[in-house]
Design a protein around this ligand. Structure first.
Ligand code: ARG
Ligand code: ASP
Length: 673
């Protein structure tokens, strides 16, 4: 009996570790995961997810604006993504008279949809492995050129997986006529803003609605009034049945960047040097910007998007450091590396070579990161770039106007003083030119003060190409050029992607795959299409504190506060709440008649997965992914199923807002509901 129990425990343990909800899988290879997916509740086949022979779910997923994901939900190219993904487009369409960011926007019919110049979406036509073609001497450039000649609007990319061990070709259709259909006001789409960012429980209605247009022949085309709504090969069916703890969930989207296989040295660089340095520098910048914002509503608006951008990674890195320390990632990696050495004495030199390569490149990579977080944040240098750009003068003036609209000289002056002081203290790649400027004014601080006292480029009135010629700001930018040249060899996505390091990763990861046959190796995220799956699940947030997986309208009403900008919901939402007229979106939950808002699941996601469709076992849309919890941001380095949760906007809240706040019932009909 005891022995049987032991066997059962062992079996459980092995099956558990073999099927952890971890990984971001290539859709064309999903057949290798389908057994596990089915065991967890997926009802469709690998061919339903990705096929080159028939329409499949992949035809309904888009890369949105080059860095987010979106999903097609009607046969007329209706597209859902996050509010924070559509934000730039919505802001660009907003004016004082038509402030769509603040008030929201809902087209009443197709003819009222608003073109978004510059906004593009990409839909994957197919992906194929080209490792052999590359090995045979074909260049990525040649492969791309051949692929792009295959069809109208085709854009191709060759991406490497597993640090260059494998290469894939991705062919997309690029659509550049994309129009805004609707967006909730920021008080819903950005509810909770930076306070609630990376936080669960969450109540953000982070969605916006667009539509893809195509020409008469349903092909990609530049904007034209004659274009017609794009007819997709496949669109997602929406399910309003709702979710409960334990339900299967699948994410189909474009995760941007993970570093699953880096060694202990690289993790230590991140958790002990890189993240803490960047967090401290951003704290300074946020304090300066925040203090200025508190003095004037105008500055609050001017710096809103900048502040949100700086704060997003700032908060993420703090969670990441905590997570890495909590999980003991460095020690785990060290132990894993020790086992690798013991089992593969002939390959142990790979780890030594990696360690040496990290050491060799550390100063350069740190200086690159330091530059990005200090000097690059000084905004006024941008007008020098504008002044000397190779462009007609009207274009330059338009760019300058756009720049000064959201620029406050005194804020930038303070930023420059603080950031140049930091750079002087921490940087080791300071150019002799910059050093001598510092010296002439008693150091970085004195120089920054002098620079901002003497530049004439602080306002649109003072700006001209002639003024820029002799301006000290131009002298400053010139003094930066040698630094830029010195950091250029290190400007890669991650520390480990520097070629001098990556060339050791290639054989190391290959050796890992041959040695650690029980580990399920997924290629690190690189903004290519992936599938992740898991389940709806709450989690133990802290000792004795369990977080339920679903939030409701009740939580929004508890947070609602007209005094606090980020929690001041639209009156229309208060009115609906007062009447409890939720229509078909109302549910009884925890004993209350309410509306579901957000839920969490165990899907392995990262930046770029924002806007991704979240699907149930039947491949139907149950929500829109938009964030992770603070305790999970280390999942880019180590994913832990017990802690890591992605945050999803429940599709029923999306529909409720469209219907009851936006009055856009016609879209709900279009989705076939
Ligand atoms: N944390 C989410 C992500 O990384 C949402 C970011 C948008 N919100 C913000 N306050 N910046 O993209
Ligand atoms: N919020 C992220 C995004 O915009 C998603 C994440 O990091 O979980 O892509």
């Amino acid at each position: 009996m005891k022995r049987l129990l032991l066997i059962a425990v062992l079996l459980c343990a092995t099956t558990f570790s073999a099927v952890a909800d971890k990984g971001m899988w290539l859709p064309s290879l999903i057949a290798s995961r389908i057994k596990d997916m089915k065991a967890k509740g997926f009802k469709l086949s690998a061919e339903d997810i990705y096929s080159i022979n028939k329409a499949s779910l992949k035809d309904a997923v888009v890369l949105f604006d080059g860095g987010c994901t979106g999903e097609i939900v009607s046969e007329k190219g209706l597209l859902l993504t996050n509010h924070h993904c559509g934000y730039d487009a919505i802001q660009a369409l907003s004016t004082v008279e038509h402030d769509y960011l603040t008030n929201g926007f809902w087209a009443k019919s197709i003819s009222e949809e608003l073109p978004c110049p510059g906004l593009k979406v990409h839909i994957l036509v197919r992906m194929e492995e080209v490792t052999e073609r590359i090995a045979a001497g074909e260049s990525a450039k040649e492969i791309i050129a051949k692929a792009e000649a295959e069809g109208i609007g085709y854009k191709a990319k060759v991406e490497s997986m597993y640090y260059g061990n494998i290469h894939y070709l991705f062919i997309y259709r690029e659509f550049s006529d994309v129009r805004l259909v609707g967006t909730p006001p920021s008080a819903i789409g950005k509810f909770g803003a930076d306070n609630d960012n990376w936080i669960w429980p969450r109540h953000t209605g982070d969605f916006s609605v667009f539509r893809i247009y195509a020409n008469e022949a349903n092909e990609p085309a530049e904007y034209s009034a004659q274009n017609k709504p794009y007819k997709p090969a496949r669109h997602f069916k929406v399910s309003t049945a709702g979710v409960k703890e334990g339900d299967f969930t699948m994410i189909y989207g474009f995760p941007g960047n993970t570093q699953e296989y880096i060694t202990s040295d690289a993790v230590r660089y991140i958790s002990e040097l890189s993240d803490p340095t960047k967090i401290a520098l951003r704290t300074e910048r946020l304090n300066i910007i925040g203090a200025a914002q508190a003095t004037s509503p105008k500055i609050r608006l001017q710096y809103a998007a900048k502040h949100a951008n700086i704060a997003n990674a700032w908060k993420k890195w703090q969670g990441e450091v905590k997570g890495i320390n909590r999980l003991g990632t460095v020690d785990k990696k060290l132990a894993y590396e020790e086992r690798f050495r013991r089992d593969n004495p002939d390959k142990a030199y790979l780890l030594d070579s990696l360690a040496a390569a990290y050491e060799r490149n550390k100063e350069g990579y740190f200086n690159y990161e330091l530059y990005s977080e200090t000097i690059r944040g000084i905004e006024l240098q941008q007008v020098v770039t504008i002044a000397f750009a190779d462009a007609p003068i009207e274009k330059k003036m338009a760019a300058a106007e756009l720049f000064y609209k959201d620029f406050v000289m005194d804020v930038d002056r303070k930023l420059a003083i603080a950031m140049l002081t930091e750079y002087e203290a921490k940087g080791t790649f300071i150019s002799p030119e910059l050093k001598s400027l510092f010296n002439m004014h008693g150091g970085a601080k004195g120089y920054a003060e002098w620079l901002y006292d003497n530049t004439k480029l602080g306002s649109l009135e003072g700006f001209s190409v002639e003024a820029a010629m002799n301006d000290p700001m131009t002298e400053f930018v010139m003094a930066l050029q040698p630094i830029l040249k010195r950091i250029r060899p290190y400007t890669y996505r991650n520390f480990s992607n520097i070629p001098d390091i990556e060339r050791w990763f290639r054989p190391y990861v290959k050796a890992l795959m041959e040695w650690d046959t029980k580990r399920a190796f997924f290629p690190d995220a690189n903004l290519t299409l992936r599938v992740a799956y898991g389940k709806v699940a709450g989690y133990e947030y802290a000792d004795g504190e369990y977080h339920l997986p679903q939030t409701t309208l009740e939580g929004i009403m508890e947070k609602d506060n007209p005094e606090i900008y980020d929690y001041n919901i639209p009156q229309s939402l208060r009115d609906v709440y007062a009447t409890k007229d939720y229509g078909r979106w109302g549910v009884t939950m925890n004993g209350k008649y309410t509306v579901p808002v957000c839920f969490i699941a165990t899907n392995h996601t990262t930046g770029g997965n924002s806007g991704s469709p979240v699907l149930n076992g039947n491949g139907e849309l149950i929500g829109i992914n938009f964030d992770r919890t603070w305790l999970s941001t280390m999942s880019d380095i180590e994913f832990d199923e017990t802690l890591c949760r992605n945050i999803i906007c429940d599709i029923r809240y999306v529909l409720f807002v469209m219907d009851k706040v936006g009055g856009a019932g016609w879209l709900i009909e279009e989705m076939g509901l």
